[in-house]
Design a protein around this ligand. Structure first.
Ligand code: SAM
Length: 228
């Protein structure tokens, strides 16, 4: 994503798109590596074409500094990972992990996931992670939350039947918001068998940077659904 693109009026992100200046190494990765592992600029996005030869394909939305994304990609070299994040410094950090850990199974895109989700091929993903999305506490900002009927429809369309969705948050009103969004939707099957399940970090979870800061108003909850 170029500076001109982030300046476009239709670019509807509400957070920061860049923080402190990148190091020379990070800038080099953004200039020279990112274009080769980015999503196609137009047309359908087929994860299997982007990351061929992988047993399954996973998307992480808003990966922040990329700790969870890179950690998962390192643990599962036969799974293809795609990360989408608008914040340039986060993308640069993830590129650094990718290089240091030799993560050939990782593609990255700098941008707003809401712009690209509709371009993903139907039933093409095995899993989606949305971990600690920006909370937008105020009621009048609720429309800015990533979880909306439109993104729920995107998730339902692009996940394979049996594909998994995990949303984590440490903001009680966001957890409630997600439960209300998904509980009436027969396309998603709630996975926790007892109420307390969702308060226990799942065994495959890797703590994120944001999560470790304990900024929310409740302990982290992990909401897992399976696409019917
Ligand atoms: C609270 S941070 C959490 C980051 C990371 N998941 C973690 O737990 O450390 C929310 C992240 O979502 C990203 N984000 C916000 N809106 C987004 C969007 N529309 N598409 C993709 N990412 C987005 C932000 O840039 C930020 O990095």
């Amino acid at each position: 994503m170029t500076k001109q693109e982030t300046d476009r009026p239709e670019f509807r992100l509400f957070g920061r798109a860049q923080g402190k200046p990148l190091s020379a190494r990070q800038q080099g990765l953004v200039d020279n590596v990112l274009p080769g592992i980015d999503l196609p600029a137009a047309g359908e996005i087929d994860a299997a074409q982007l990351l061929p030869g992988m047993g399954s394909h996973v998307l992480e939305i808003g990966f922040g500094g990329g700790e969870h994304l890179a950690g998962q990609a390192e643990r599962h070299p036969q799974t293809g990972y795609i990360g989408i994040e608008p914040f340039l410094n986060g993308v640069a950090k993830a590129l650094t992990y990718r290089e240091e850990l030799g993560l050939e199974n990782l593609c990255l895109h700098r941008g707003d996931a809401r712009d690209v989700l509709p371009r993903f091929k139907a039933e093409s993903l095995d899993r989606i992670f949305l971990l600690f999305p920006d909370p937008w506490h105020k009621k009048r900002h609720a429309k800015r939350r990533f979880v909306q009927p439109s993104t729920r429809d995107d998730f339902a369309r692009i996940l394979k039947p049996g594909g998994k969705l995990r949303i984590a948050t440490d903001v009680k009103s966001y957890a409630d918001h997600c439960m209300i969004e998904f509980e009436q939707d027969a396309r998603f099957i709630w996975q926790a068998s007892v109420a307390d399940d969702w308060r226990v970090p799942p065994p495959d979870h890797i703590q994120t940077r944001y999560e470790s800061k304990n900024l929310g108003d409740c302990a982290p909850v992990f909401m897992d659904w399976v696409r019917a």
